[in-house]
Design a binder for this molecule. Sequence first.
Ligand code: XIL
Length: 412
Amino acid sequence: MRFTRLVNASVLAVVAVASLSTVAASAHDARPPKPQEQTLRALAARHGLYFGTAVDPAAYGDASDPAYKRTVDTQFSTVTAENAMKWESLEPTRGTYNWGPADALVDAAVRNRQLVRGHVLAWHSQLPAWVTAGIQDGSIDGPKLRALLKQHITAVVTHFKGRIWQWDVVNEAVSDPWETPSAIHLGGNAGSFKQQFADLLGPDYLAEAFRTARAADPKALLFYNDYNIEAFGDGGPGDKTQFVYDMVKRLRADGVPIDGVGSQGHLATQYGNYDVFQVADAMQRFTDLGLAVALTEVDARSLLKNADDPALAANSADVNARDQAAAYNYHVLLQACLLNRHCLSFTVWGFTDKYSWIPTWFKNPPEGAGCLWDAAYNPKKSLRTVQGDLAAAGAPLVQPRIPQVPRQLPRR
Ligand code: XIL
């Protein structure tokens, strides 16, 4: 009896101590998961921001690499087809549309509760061979090209109607300051295909492309998308951002249904970078026009010692310096976006160095190492920086996003 009572008392004591420590332990356990253990989409959702990636259907469907699909499905709240919605992919043979891969991507996005950025409608690059050849041999003249483009936009936007959040309606329509003539203009280098494409279409093709897209989908947000427009320069004739600003301002003033400007955000650590407020100022000027903005293709590449570096022959001093510089580039773009309530989404152009377009595109000299995860899916400094930026931001300076209302065609 007495023994039992003693036991009971000590059991009670143990229980009391245990429950005390349980209380203490659960106070710790009640904390949310560490930011670096949360998904990018969850961290971004605190700000109403969508965090996205470009998706390569071949990698997504590769059963021998489940990490790719798992990362797409879990980390991101918006996706872009890296190539599958380009004209050359959709209509390789004139009159025969191949919707399969793009439809599969949109279906997967719906399953994952992800929004889709449609990329891309009017662009001089990655055209079907039959269009490029027709332009080059003169069988496709200006009126024909305008008619083909209009038909293409109508077919594609109608096909995906209601399933696309943001369309890149016009991509990379203007020149770069290192081209000839150096004053920014519609087109590209004198004599280039990009210039020929712009000249055939004529200066009104942007307005027409946006109106055509709007007629086919009243709800999608319609974007102009380009690179090297993250910050303003000197405002002179060689300032690409200024040119794009003036262009979209005119489109808005003319009642054209353009809803946003996409800044691709392909940065490189060997160049001097902007700071957060230069990028924030540029975004502010665009959003003061009533437009939304988005970062649409972010990566931050570096010069490599050779094509195998950093996987093989890299010097760790180089790798460390590059990783930190790349992380800073992501940080500048993401913080600027967070600071603007009309910056709706932040999309990276691939998330693992394993499949990045950079090494295949920038070969001489070799560049790479631009993504958030390395080629073996290890988190890089860039990923940690982005997670930290999303976790540490909040009111009063960072507020939830304000949804953009799609601008409609004037009633007639
Ligand atoms: C790139 C793709 O990533 C590559 O796979 C393809 O070979 C070329 O195009 N700006 C854009 C994107 O708008 O469509 C480009 O994507 C990268 C630059």
